[in-house]
Ligand binder design. Structure first.
Ligand code: G
Ligand code: G
Ligand code: NA
Ligand code: MN
Length: 254
């Protein structure tokens, strides 16, 4: 059976899972966030990453339902961690452009938060630059509703899309996530070092926090720290992991 037809049933068969990757505050060294990253536990093919099905889900119109599940599951998981006394982290969920076209996005988020007794500031939504630029008026309205509920907004994979700095300002993003393609060759590559430095400085002037993605080495960390980067995400800290592993590793109160 083709992936497409199995994807249709994956939700009702409860085959999706969220893995979590920590975001670390460079100043305190503490885990302050967790990005929720979807995987499909396929009955025959094993664990499939988002690259293997998100685009198909978008094309086939499944992404809204899947994305709504992600929002609810992230809230359920965070509430469970908090109920067990784990330190609070902000959970980031990735939203695709099509989710902004549904009228109910803010209602879905509101209901998920309410059902689990969470406030809006527990959640962060990650959107790519492309999302921000497509259908700007409708997306802007949806983002304003979401931000009005207390959620923060992060621009994901920054630098890889057709960024317009005026959009960035209009959407009042709270965070910029520097795409890992720029981070990979710092500090050695002088172009990437300059780009990374420029993004960090721009974010500071716009009052936004900066997350460096894909940090794998101590040298990258040191360079980013020296440039004033706020947060780091990457294999140097940890790979994305199942919720239970995340809780076991970061649940210890410092
Ligand atoms: O998990 P991995 O590191 O392979 O993530 C690859 C990409 O998949 C990331 O760019 C991320 O934005 C996207 N992705 C992960 N989880 C979700 C999700 O729940 N919804 C959407 N739309 N994209 C996701
Ligand atoms: O949302 P986004 O597309 O940025 O999703 C993050 C993706 O980056 C996930 O697929 C995750 O597994 C991957 N990733 C996270 N940290 C690192 C890292 O340090 N190195 C590399 N190569 N990939 C990473
Ligand atoms: Na992301
Ligand atoms: Mn990214």
């Amino acid at each position: 059976l083709a992936i497409e037809s199995q994807l249709r049933f994956a939700l009702e068969r409860d085959e999706f899972v969220l893995h979590y990757q920590p975001l670390v505050d460079m100043h305190s060294g503490r885990v302050v966030g967790a990005e929720a990253l979807i995987r499909w536990q396929h009955p025959n093919l094993g664990l499939i990453g988002p690259a293997g099905f998100i685009q198909v889900a978008e094309e086939r119109g499944f992404i809204v339902q899947i994305g709504n599940w992600v929002i609810r599951e992230a809230c359920r998981q965070l509430a469970e961690w908090l109920a067990r006394g784990l330190p609070a982290v902000k959970v980031s969920v990735n939203l695709s452009a099509l989710q902004f076209r549904q009228q109910e996005l803010s209602t879905v988020i509101e209901d998920a938060l309410a059902e689990h007794g969470l406030s809006g500031d527990c959640l962060d939504v990650e959107v790519t630059e492309t999302v921000v630029m497509e259908d700007a008026e409708a997306t802007l309205a949806a983002i304003e509703r979401i931000k009005g509920m207390g959620l923060s907004l992060s621009v994901d994979d920054f630098g890889t899309g057709y960024s317009s700095l005026s959009y960035l300002k209009r959407f009042k993003a709270d965070k910029i996530k520097i795409d890992r393609s720029f981070v990979r060759d710092i500090p050695g590559d002088s172009d990437d070092a300059a780009i990374t430095r420029a993004i960090i400085n721009m974010a500071k002037f716009l009052n936004m926090k900066v997350v460096a993605e894909g940090v794998e080495t101590r040298e990258q960390w040191d360079f980013l720290a020296g440039e004033g980067c706020d947060l780091v995400q990457g294999f140097l800290v940890a790979k994305p992991m199942p919720a239970a592993d995340f809780a076991a590793r970061y649940g210890k109160t410092p």
